[in-house]
Design a protein around this ligand. Structure first.
Ligand code: CA
Ligand code: CA
Length: 64
């Protein structure tokens, strides 16, 4: 999992992937939200990089 503050609320969130799913784990003060991004990819690749250099980190995924 890659730590990243997805929604810029000051609480660190996580982007991760399993063998069949990519997800965002959004941290809140009281609990976490599991947000599934995509499912059904057998070989997911996850990169977290600021693609357009706007200061916001972007997530790139590739499926085969
Ligand atoms: Ca956050
Ligand atoms: Ca960006």
């Amino acid at each position: 999992m890659v730590p990243i503050d997805v929604n810029s609320d000051g609480l660190m969130d996580f982007i991760g992937s399993t063998t069949s799913d990519q997800f965002v784990l959004e941290e809140h003060s009281h609990d976490n939200d599991y947000i599934s991004i995509d499912q059904g990819l057998t070989q997911p690749t996850l990169e977290v990089i600021d693609l357009d250099h706007d200061g916001d980190t972007d997530a790139v995924m590739q499926g085969i």
